[in-house]
Design a protein around this ligand. Structure first.
Ligand code: NAD
Length: 275
């Protein structure tokens, strides 16, 4: 597998481009980057100046048809929830395995069904990376047995919740102590806080499902990083997982680990060992 497609060229994709240039044993044979038409010339320039060695050949495309015509073996979506709706069913139906980073989109039942059916139809795989969280291997193993009780807590500095419904419910600038801004199920969290829904969605999909996973979102003036923690109780094992994720440079919202988890998915697809 050396033909890759990336949808979107924002925080995660740019970070991933740097990793692909330095961390792969062999250069990619071909890379297609899909972007919105208005960003095409800017991205061409960035690629030429900074990532020219990323692949033997690369191109910037503005349509999914162009991406599919380039016959990638794997596509990575790093563009946002709308892009999952717009593009991923078509790519899976065309038989191309696809890594979806915007996992929160899967809280929409109709979209989740459409992705499942498209992957079935295309004999392809929808790959869901661990993203900003971890321990997903153990959680997904325990899911095989069932009877899971899972509670997730997402803690961020108050400023990281600006522009979300919490802005109108709380005076975020004035919070002096840890404050729960949302409590409900993972599905309700995904619907109410879609831009912060990816971790709760990943835990829900690997574990007890969207409607049985409890979620709490917290604004904490003492938090200097995004903290994700969850507790699992099951008849086979119980554990608590907690990660303090450093944000990507230039972005207060995206955890740096996410780009690395996508790199891991790509290496697992390319390399001789899957881990
Ligand atoms: N799974 C996780 O743990 C996790 C963690 C962090 C972020 N995310 C998600 O990953 C996604 C990307 O994050 P980011 O920080 O890189 O976002 P970003 O906003 O920096 O970049 C997204 C890019 O995609 C482009 N884009 C949007 N729609 C497009 C389309 N239809 N076709 C082509 N390009 C399109 C935008 O122009 C932008 O450049 C978001 O949905 C985010 O919520 C997931």
């Amino acid at each position: 597998m050396t033909r890759l497609g990336i949808i979107g060229f924002g925080n995660i994709s740019i970070s991933l481009a740097g990793l692909l240039q330095t961390q792969l044993e062999r250069q990619l044979e071909h890379l297609t980057i899909v972007c919105r038409p208005e960003y095409s010339s800017q991205i061409k320039q960035i690629m030429k100046e900074e990532y020219n060695d990323i692949a033997s050949e690369y191109c910037i495309a503005t349509s999914i048809e162009a991406l599919i015509n380039n016959k990638p073996n794997l596509v990575v979506e790093c563009a946002g929830h709308d892009a999952v709706f717009e593009h991923v069913p078509q790519i899976l139906s065309a038989g191309i395995d696809t890594v979806v980073v915007s996992i929160g989109a899967l809280s929409d039942v109709a979209l989740a069904d459409s992705l499942y059916n498209s992957a079935r139809k295309g004999n392809s795989k929808l790959l869901l990376p661990s993203g900003a969280i971890g321990g997903i291997d153990l959680l997904a193993s325990l899911q095989q047995y069932g009877e899971l009780d899972v509670s997730y807590r997402g803690i961020k500095p108050p400023a990281a919740w600006s522009g979300t419904p919490a802005s109108s419910l709380f005076d975020l600038d004035q919070l002096s102590k840890e404050t729960v801004i949302f409590r409900g199920t993972a599905r309700e969290a995904a619907n109410t806080y879609p831009k912060n829904a990816n971790v709760a969605a990943t835990i829900a999909l690997a574990g007890a499902g969207f409607d049985k996973t409890k979620a709490e979102l917290v604004a904490d003036p003492k938090a200097i990083a995004n903290i994700h923690e969850y507790t699992v109780n099951s008849p086979l094992a119980s554990y608590t997982f907690r990660v303090e994720a450093k944000p990507l440079k230039d972005s207060t919202k995206t955890s740096a680990t996410t780009a690395y988890s996508v790199l891991r998915e790509i290496k697992n697809c390319i390399g001789p060992i899957v881990i």
